[in-house]
Design a protein around this ligand. Sequence first.
Ligand code: NAD
Ligand code: IPM
Ligand code: MN
Length: 357
Amino acid sequence: MMHYTIAVVPGDGIGPEVTSQAVAAMKKAGEKYGMEFTFNTVKAGGAAIDEFGECLPQHTIDVCKSSDAVLLGAVGGPKWDALPGEQRPEKALLGLRKSLGLYANLRPAMVFPELADASPLKPEILSQGLDLLIVRELTGGIYFGERGHKETDMGYAAYDIEQYSVGEIQRIAKIAFSMAQKRRGKVSSVDKANVLDTSRLWRKTVAEMSKDYPDVELNNFYVDNASMQLVRDPSQFDVILTSNLFGDILSDEASQITGSIGMLPSASLGEGNFGMYEPVHGSAPDIAGTGKANPMAAILSAAMLLRFTLDQKEAADAIENAVKQFLKDGYRTADLAGGADACSTEETGRLICERIQ
Ligand code: NAD
Ligand code: IPM
Ligand code: MN
């Protein structure tokens, strides 16, 4: 029997609703595949502000660091939107990523055939296939650059600086190239090299690195074109390598192509096996507490945890297959149902757990 310790950060809004279903799926997979988990639940984001007066208590960081992996829901919500940037719930997420050294964010997007109807793309576009992996740089760029305020001749101004070092670009590019080697051998690097110096350094560094990966085809896209190509013909993409900000935007776009943002999981990795796993979506304050949240992104994030951090491939497959079977059996969550009958968050979790074999 393998024993693992998982830090659970449910967060705000629908975060706790979807993470509890992901935890249930892990427990079920544990029973089937000889794993025992200790789940240590800690607070971050708005929940931590309300209880401790700060969005990311040191205790939360310590518990995460001493665990095998972290499972996170989502943070943020209108209740805390008026707080200064440094105190907002979202700062907790950035702080966790930075303090845990998680510079690589993997966001796979694929269409489950059963959900083709839920995608806004025409069937003839979707039938070309959609199975891509966004490799998003996660601890650098404009999210973490110098920022401030100053007076200008046009009045008070705010600024955020985008900065990338060669080392930061190399380490994320390395992940993208090695992922492509295990997939369809294609990296599309997305930047804005026609305008930004950071992007020109990005493009040059990625091109140099590609020499070490002769089996991987590299092509470059400007981000505006990439966002258009994603809806014109998503089948042309295998691995998309991009910066923190562009990756954030493109992954929400990719999620909707798959049918709903409620389907997209993510893994945040650094050196070693440790990782933080969370859905791509946010805390969805508009549906929090209604039982309408789709827990599949969170459940699929748990499967990524088993696969990437714990190397429990069979258990990960079992969870992913259970999600597929739930959809094959005709069940839908509200975001996917298009007005038809929908399963609640809890029902969805239960029906998926029943299908974990
Ligand atoms: P969001 O992803 O929370 O919601 C966007 C839309 O998608 C909403 O209509 C929502 O109802 C729907 N949606 C999202 N997840 C869903 C799910 N699982 N099932 C069904 N529908 C779902 O994005 P937003 O509204 O821009 O942000 C809300 C809050 O979440 C903000 O405070 C934002 O900063 C935060 N946020 C947090 C994270 C995170 O913690 N990882 C990610 C994104 C946004
Ligand atoms: C995400 C979120 C976060 C990000 C926010 C909440 C800080 O949108 O994980 O996609 O921009 O990285
Ligand atoms: Mn986002």
